[in-house]
Every structure is written in structure tokens, then in C-alpha cells.
Write a protein that binds this ligand. Structure first.
Ligand code: GDP
Length: 713
């Protein structure tokens, strides 16, 4: 149960943060250390041995990568707060995945957190994926502090990494601390404002360290120079401090930190700290920085939503626990102990356990059974969750990722979380008949948790297709089926998820009339279709005037149109980027029915698409290859043979980074090929970028081939 102290936590003492990093930069290790120092984790885990708190899914441990978001609650009292006798701060850590196959997961987490800790690798600086997540954080205006990790590795360079942040990411940084030593001589840090040195004697314990005013003799000049620069930099951000500064007075540390906090929250500057999570050095000052500089739920702009009954009306909700409830469900997770958990960020009002809440996205009332704070290895049951908090709810049935929860008599809908469409699919079937039912259940559980993972039945073969963001994504799912759900399944070759679209405007007619004695069938509609810009999806406009089709038959027409769109017209792939306008039709007093109009809708769409020069669309991946110079020629040559469009070729350290756009269908076996081309020294990452029209000669072979057959070379 909640302790008294927990319940008296002020919202100013909450930080909802994400730890954002390039894979392998040390996100898991740092998170784990944070959980250890904040006292909720019983022992230091080591990622290399697959024993951390956040990576709770078996197979994530094995791969050593974090895929699924979850929120972990922990507590910390910052040094300055301790000195001022202030309360501890509740830090909710939203687990953001670092692997780019799962950018959607990163975006989802960025929506609900207020601030971020970006982990950089002192040995390799700003890497391509760091750039991706940094830009996403920019997009969502997430204030951040940066941790230059791995100060202990060979070649670790604090200042070069910071220079990288300026040059590649265009962000201003405030150097808050200097490392004492580097590589295997890395011992601790010097906090510049405080002129304090923090030394960790051992690599192991980490929790204990010595704080003193002894600055190593050979660093004194460097410390003073950086300190003066830092103070000047902070004063320039704040008019009243600038005045003091120009009068020759040094503002107090408290005032300097306050000014820096404001500037960090306003995304004007990023405070930076050096450290090494693995060696247990430098994490505590970083935690202080989270408290000192990252925003509380009060410091971020209030959330806005739309009134579902009048979409032109925007509704703003302040983080007030007494206002009506506004919350966003941002993650569904199947928990082995308590069942389906819905992670919720509360933006306004107070949610109580055992009460009803309205899901305005699904238009359904839901009962909240229990509310839980998820600690690293325990769950704490709480009776209510207030504005600003992040909690897990048990008992919600219909609520999915991105749904808005609110009061039934004060409804609004928050912007949903958008996820990219799957680009690859895999046929899957159970190994034995007995597994059939288990497979279906397991798949639906998994797609419940992960909106970028979908299940579809192939319209021609009847096979079950699983669809996702990349081969690795689907591989992990099949693995989880085995491990967590004990379902053995056979899978086919990965298939590219093509789509269909149209290239010009056309009209179509659907007429379904049957007169076979008794009551007949009568449905008749006329539609116009137009191409929409890429990734706009589908639109349906009802332009019927004067009741040519009675109101109750409009939605059946729309359903019929949608069904035909799902099944495609030229090669069975779903139709996208099309606007359909229903403009005329006719009906029969007796014979008209919903079914007849649905069929007419399908027929009209097929008719129209055939006349609109339909084409196939294919997923294009953004591929970034990092390679030693000597293999660059071969790699570019190979990319060109894969229909790649080369976007950039940059020097990064002593490596080349080649950025290109490549059709997914040409990337079969790329992992193996790139290894053999570069003696295993080049690596790459890819993420879905756009859909583009398939060149004519290639489209011909695809159209002849029935859906479901391999397109692999
Ligand atoms: P993630 O992929 O960002 O979660 O990174 P991990 O925490 O899994 O770390 C990736 C690898 O780097 C692991 O082998 C860690 O042991 C190692 N690592 C993490 N932090 C440090 C550090 O400070 N110094 C050194 N030398 N290695 C580190």
C-alpha cells in the first residue's frame, strides 16, 4: 500500500522522463544503475549477463535490447534539495526503446514524458540513431539533459562528443561537470558550479563516493575557465542574472540553477554530464540534474484535445488534480501476475481505483479495477492517480494504445498516437492442430501490446499473415510465441507489404439488383475517386443531396467501399491514398437493404479503380550504412544494384556513413551480403520511410504472382 509520504508528494516533485539513446550507448546499464541508487532494485544487474530490471521480457534479456515501453517509478532526493530539506522527487522512467526498427515505440513514449536523458557514447560520439531520437525529441519539444557515458573506454573523449552535439545536432549545451581522467584512469567528476570533486573509489559499489572541495592541482585552471564560461552562459539566458553578472557579482548557485532550469525547459540549452554507468561513476549527479533541470508536469504546456461533438472546438486541460479527468493510455502490456495492464498518463483530474472512466476514442465506459505504481521489481497498489502521474491500471478491457480516457460528462479526445503501417509480412501456421487456438490468442495478445504489429488473413489463400516493421520485429514476435506462449509455429518467407493506389480521377458505378421472386435486392451507387498525396490514407466523403440514397444506407456503402479497398483491385494488396466521394445513387422502397448497398459500394469501388490507372506501391526504407572507407565503393555499388537512391555520404570519425533510400523488396539477405562485402566490419540500420510507385517492369511480375507467394530473390 502507498505510504503516507508517497501520497503527500507534490506535483512539483514528479519527473516523467525517458532515457533516450542509440543502441549500445548504455541505456539499459544506466537505467539499471538509476534503479539501484534510488533504492528500488536489490542488486546491480549486468546487461552482459542478461540480468537487468527493465528488460523483463525473457528474450529481450537474451538479445540485450529493450523493445517494449513500460514505466517504472522510483524516488530520488537531489543534493540541492537535501541541503534545503526538501522532499524527495518521484521519477517515473518511461522505457524508450533504442532500436530503430521500433521508432514508433520511441514516438509513443515521447508523447507521455516531460523530459529526457540522452545517453551519448564518449567513445563514438553522436551516431545515426542518436540523431534520429534527438530529432524526435525536438519534434515533441522534449527538454533534455545529456550524459556522456563510457568515459572509461579506450578513446573516450568528453569534449569531442560535445562538439559533435553542436555540429551534428545543432543544439547548445551547458557543460556542468568535467571528467577526472579518462579511459581506464577515469575516476570521477568535478561539478563546476559547486567546485566539488566527486570520486568513486571502486568500479563496483557505486552507491558510495567521496565529495570534496579538493580539485586536482593539474585541473584547477581548466575548472576555473569552464566554470566562468558556464556562469556567463547561464547569465546570458536570464535578464536579471545578466544585470548582476555585468555588475561583477556572481549569482548564487540556487539562482543559476533556477535560470538554467528555465532555459532547459524552454529547450534553449542541454546540460551535459560525463560518466560511466558500467563503472558506476557519475550517475548520481545525473539524477540530481533530472530533478534540478527537467520539467515537472506543471512546467510543460497543458494538454489540448478536441471536442468529439464539435471538431472545430479545442479543449485545453491544465494539470490540475481537481479538474475533470484527461488521460492517455500509451501502452498495453500483458503481465503474468495481474493480466492486462494499461499504462496511463494522467494530464488532469484524479482517477480513482474502482471507478468508471469514459474512453472517448472508443466511446465506451470502462471500469478501473486497480491502480498500480510499477517499481523495478514490485508493484504498489494505490487508490488514486492525479494529474501528472503515470500509473498502470488493471481492468480496462476495450482501451487500446493511444486512446483517451476522460469523464463521461466532460468529453474530449486527445491526438491519437500515429504508428507507421507495417511494411513486411510473414505467413504463419501452427505446427500442430492443437496449437491452432493458442496461436490465435497469442497473436491477438501481442498485437494488443504492439500497434505496429498486425494480423491479417490473406484474402486469396486464407493464410494467417503477421505484419510488422521489419524482419527483426517479426522474428522477435515468433520468438515470443515460442517462449512466452509456448506455441510452435511454422513461418513462410518474409513478404514485402505492397499496396495499391490510383494515379488519376475516375468514376464508378455499383448496381446490385436481384429480382428472384419474394423480396428482391436493390442497391445502387455512383462514386468518384481521386488520388491523395502519399501517406494520406483513405477518405470517404458523402455528397448525397436530396436523399438519392437514404441516410441509413450511406454507412453500408462506406463499409462496402472499405472492404473492397482492403482487398485491392489489381493484385490483392490494400488500396491507399484515395479519396472516395459518394455523389449519387438510387433505391427501391421495398427491396433496398444494407447488404445490397454494401455490395453496390464494393462494386462501385472496383469499377472506379479499374478506370483510374491503378499502380502498385512498395515500401521504401531509409538505410544508413556505416563502413570503413575501404569498403565504401563496393557498398555503394551494391546499393545501386538494389535500386537505391543515395542521399548522403559523410565522414564520421574514421568511418563513412552512407545514407540511402532503398525499396524493401531489394533488401533480402542484406545483413548477410553486407557482412561478406566488408569482412563483417560495416553495419547498417533501416527504418520505413515512404511508399513509392513500383517501376512498371517489376510491377508486371508482381501482378501476375498470386498474393502470398515469395518475392525473395
Ligand atoms: P543499450 O543498448 O543502450 O541499452 O546499452 P547497454 O546498457 O545494453 O550497454 C551496451 C554495452 O555497453 C554493454 O555491453 C554494456 O556493458 C556496455 N556499457 C554500458 N555502459 C558502459 C560504460 O560506461 N563503460 C563501458 N566500458 N561499457 C559500458
Amino acid at each position: 500500500m502507498a505510504t503516507k509520504q508517497d501520497q503527500t508528494l507534490d506535483l512539483n516533485n514528479i519527473r516523467n522522463i525517458g532515457i533516450i539513446a542509440h543502441i549500445d550507448a548504455g541505456k539499459t546499464t544506466t537505467t539499471e544503475r538509476i534503479l539501484f541508487y534510488t533504492g528500488k532494485s536489490y542488486k546491480i544487474g549486468n546487461i552482459d549477463e542478461g540480468d537487468t530490471q527493465m528488460d523483463w521480457m525473457e528474450q529481450e534479456k537474451e538479445r540485450g535490447i529493450t523493445i517494449m515501453s513500460a514505466a517504472t517509478t522510483t524516488f530520488w532526493t537531489a543534493a540541492l534539495d537535501k541541503a534545503l530539506n526538501k522532499n524527495k522527487t518521484r521519477i517515473n522512467i518511461i522505457d524508450t526503446p533504442g532500436h530503430v526498427d521500433f521508432t514508433a515505440e520511441v514516438e509513443r513514449s515521447l508523447r507521455v514524458l516531460d523530459g529526457g536523458v540522452v545517453i551519448l557514447d564518449a567513445g563514438s560520439g553522436v551516431q545515426s540513431q542518436t540523431e534520429t531520437v534527438w530529432r524526435q525529441a525536438d519534434k515533441y519539444h522534449v527538454p533534455r539533459v545529456a550524459f556522456v557515458n563510457k568515459m572509461d573506454v579506450l578513446g573516450a573523449d568528453f569534449h569531442a562528443t560535445i562538439k559533435d552535439v553542436h555540429e551534428k545536432l545543432g543544439s547548445k549545451t551547458a557543460i556542468m561537470a568535467l571528467p577526472i581522467g579518462a579511459e581506464n584512469q577515469f575516476k570521477g567528476v568535478i561539478l563546476l558550479l559547486e567546485r566539488q570533486s566527486l570520486i568513486w573509489e571502486s568500479d563496483e559499489t557505486g552507491a558510495s563516493y567521496t565529495v570534496s572541495d579538493n580539485i586536482p592541482e593539474d585541473m584547477k585552471a581548466e575548472v576555473e575557465a569552464h566554470r566562468a564560461a558556464l556562469i556567463e552562459q547561464i547569465c546570458e539566458l536570464n535578464d536579471s542574472l545578466l544585470e548582476q553578472y555585468l555588475e561583477g557579482k556572481e549569482p548564487s548557485i540556487e539562482d543559476l540553477k533556477k535560470a538554467l532550469r528555465q532555459a532547459t525547459i524552454a529547450n534553449q540549452i542541454v546540460p551535459v554530464y560525463p560518466g560511466s554507468s558500467l563503472r558506476n561513476k557519475g550517475v548520481q549527479p545525473l539524477l540530481d540534474a533530472v530533478v534540478d533541470f527537467l520539467p515537472s508536469p506543471f512546467d510543460v504546456p497543458p494538454v489540448t484535445g478536441i471536442n468529439p461533438n464539435d471538431e472545430s472546438q479545442q479543449i485545453v486541460r491544465k494539470p490540475d488534480p481537481d479538474a475533470s479527468v484527461t488521460a492517455l493510455a500509451f501502452k498495453i502490456q500483458a503481465d503474468p501476475h495481474v493480466g492486462r495492464l494499461t499504462y496511463i498518463r494522467v494530464y488532469s483530474g484524479t482517477i480513482k481505483s474502482g471507478s468508471y472512466i469514459y474512453n472517448s476514442t472508443k466511446k465506451e465506459k470502462e471500469r478501473i479495477g486497480r491502480l498500480l505504481l510499477m517499481h523495478a521489481n514490485t508493484r504498489e497498489e494505490i487508490s488514486e492517480a492525479k494529474a501528472g502521474e503515470i500509473v498502470a491500471a488493471v481492468g480496462l478491457k476495450a482501451t487500446g494504445t493511444g486512446d483517451t480516457l476522460c469523464d463521461e460528462n466532460s468529453v474530449l479526445v486527445l491526438e491519437s498516437i500515429s504508428f507507421p503501417e507495417p511494411v513486411i509480412s510473414l505467413a504463419i501456421e501452427p505446427k500442430t492442430k492443437a496449437d491452432q487456438e493458442k496461436l490465435g490468442l497469442a497473436l491477438s495478445r501481442l498485437s494488443d501490446e504492439d500497434p505496429t504489429f498486425q494480423i491479417r488473413t490473406d484474402p486469396t489463400t486464407g493464410q494467417t499473415l503477421i505484419r510488422g516493421m521489419g524482419e527483426l520485429h517479426l522474428e522477435i514476435i515468433v520468438d515470443r510465441l515460442k517462449r512466452e506462449f509456448k506455441v510452435d509455429a511454422n513461418t513462410g518467407q518474409p513478404q514485402v507489404a505492397y499496396k495499391e493506389t490510383i494515379t488519376k480521377e475516375s468514376e464508378g458505378e455499383g448496381k446490385y439488383i436481384r429480382q428472384s421472386g419474394g423480396r428482391g435486392q436493390y442497391g445502387h451507387c455512383l462514386i468518384r475517386i481521386r488520388p491523395l498525396p502519399r501517406s494520406e490514407g483513405r477518405k470517404f466523403l458523402n455528397k448525397i443531396v436530396g436523399g438519392a440514397i437514404p441516410r441509413e444506407f450511406i454507412s453500408p456503402v462506406e463499409k462496402g467501399v472499405a472492404e473492397a479497398q482492403d482487398n485491392g483491385v489489381i493484385a490483392g494488396y490494400p488500396l491507399t491514398d484515395v479519396e472516395v466521394e459518394l455523389y449519387d445513387g438510387s433505391y427501391h422502397e421495398v427491396d433496398s437493404s444494407e447488404v445490397a448497398f454494401k455490395i453496390a459500394g464494393s462494386m462501385a469501388l472496383q469499377d472506379a479503380v479499374k478506370k483510374a490507372s491503378p499502380v502498385l506501391l512498395e515500401p521504401i526504407m531509409k538505410v544508413e550504412v556505416t563502413t570503413p572507407e575501404e569498403f565504401m565503393g563496393d557498398i555503394i555499388g551494391d546499393l545501386s544494384s538494389r535500386r537505391a537512391q543515395i542521399l548522403g555520404n559523410d565522414q564520421r570519425g574514421n568511418a563513412r556513413v552512407i545514407t540511402s533510400l532503398v525499396p524493401l523488396s531489394e533488401l533480402g539477405r542484406y545483413a548477410t551480403d553486407i557482412r561478406s562485402m566488408s569482412q563483417g566490419r560495416a553495419n547498417y540500420y533501416m527504418e520505413p520511410h515512404t511508399y513509392e510507385i513500383v517501376p512498371d517492369n517489376i510491377a508486371q511480375t508482381l501482378i501476375k504472382r498470386p498474393v502470398g507467394e515469395s518475392t525473395e530473390k
